[in-house]
Design a protein around this ligand. Structure first.
Ligand SMILES: Nc1ncnc2c1ncn2[C@@H]1O[C@H](COP(=O)(O)OP(=O)(O)O)[C@@H](O)[C@H]1O
Ligand SMILES: [Mg+2]
Length: 319
């Protein structure tokens, strides 16, 4: 399908862009959601913004939308819950389904899936709240909540004192946290659009790592496309990203975060099913280099969520 075909199909259809929500990534989601909404308006597609709070189902019914475009990050949005609600409501939606969303949100489950699919991921252990913690013998390590995003609650820890502080902070976000082997190297991320990898982005954060500030503050990090890594690492990164898309049964889009160590080995950290969608986010940046501007990307994501490659509907659409 070319972009004209999908625009024709969307004629007289109303899209509800779900943004905001209840998670600690709310602010970021509002930004992404507004950018998607504005792109749809520029394309003259009928669209409304819906703040996905506790009353989201009511708002959706009232707005009488035909399709939901979910631009929520974190819990109750990126984790399969809103996707499940929309399935029960019989409303087709954009992006990954319930399984891919919930499996990707849980970094422990994700890493187990990586491991059994031959995708290298750093060693890790999970710590549950109030459970005894085995002595950590080797630092540095990374402490992070099992289910969270935007690097909230993530810390690089060099000793036992720092560990106690970091664990306390990470537990603010989740009842389970992870201790993961620290991988020193170049940080990269690979977007996948309809099963095909986009160019690999190298992320150069200003701070110690790609933390919340580096992610969202103006000038907080640089994006270099294509990533300055060896050919082998580049093709491995794209291979792993496409494999994740398949293994996690993703739909339309995902973006996997990775680190390339000094031996050119690629380590996968996590998968994101609703990557950031502001004009300066990673996925739109990578798409630009293959000729999709922000509007084209939004349309491509909608198209591959609702139709297969032969243009047949893949959801019980009221289209
Ligand atoms: N094992 C690790 N080794 C080195 N840096 C890491 C590791 N895990 C996380 N980081 C750093 O923390 C950031 C956030 O971690 P990530 O696992 O991607 O979670 P989030 O869902 O919060 O983005 C990464 O982008 C990276 O900069
Ligand atoms: Mg990440």
């Amino acid at each position: 399908m070319n972009s004209g075909d999908i625009l024709t199909k969307l004629k007289n259809k109303k899209i509800g862009v779900l943004y905001g929500g209840l998670s600690s990534e709310r602010e970021i989601s509002v930004k992404s959601g507004k950018a998607v909404l504005s792109a749809l308006k520029k394309l003259k597609v009928m669209a409304v913004g819906i703040d996905a709070n506790r009353d989201v189902a009511e708002k959706i019914r009232k707005a009488n939308i035909d399709i939901a475009y979910i631009v929520l990050h974190g819990h109750m949005g990126e984790d399969g819950t809103v996707q499940g609600m929309l399935e029960i409501m019989g409303i087709p939606y954009v992006g990954c389904g319930v399984f891919a969303s919930s499996a990707s949100m849980d970094k422990d489950i994700s890493k187990k899936l990586f491991r059994c699919s031959g995708i290298p991921t750093p060693e890790w252990t999970v710590i549950k709240r109030l459970e005894p913690v085995a002595e950590i013998k080797k630092y540095p390590i990374v402490v992070k909540p099992v289910s969270q995003g935007s690097a909230l609650g993530v810390a690089i820890v060099k000793n036992a004192t720092q560990f106690a502080v970091a664990a306390k902070e990470a537990f603010k976000y989740d009842k389970e946290i992870m201790v993961e082997k620290f991988i020193s190297g170049k940080e990269i991320t690979v977007g996948v659009l309809n099963g095909k990898s986009l160019p690999v982005i190298e992320i150069v954060p200003k701070g110690e790592f790609y933390d919340f500030k580096s992610k969202y503050q103006k000038g907080g990090s640089g994006h270099i496309i294509p990533a300055r890594i060896s050919c082998k690492a580049y093709s491995n990164a794209q291979y792993y990203a496409e494999k994740i898309f398949k293994v996690f049964k993703c739909k339309a889009v995902c973006r996997a975060d990775m680190i390339v160590d000094k031996n050119n080995k690629v380590w996968v950290l996590e998968n994101n099913t609703i990557p950031g969608m502001t004009a300066t986010s990673l996925l739109p940046d990578a798409s630009k280099t293959v000729g999709y501007d922000f509007k084209d990307l939004v349309l491509k994501i909608i198209e591959s969520s609702l139709y297969d490659n032969d243009g047949k509907k893949t959801q019980p659409l009221r289209l």
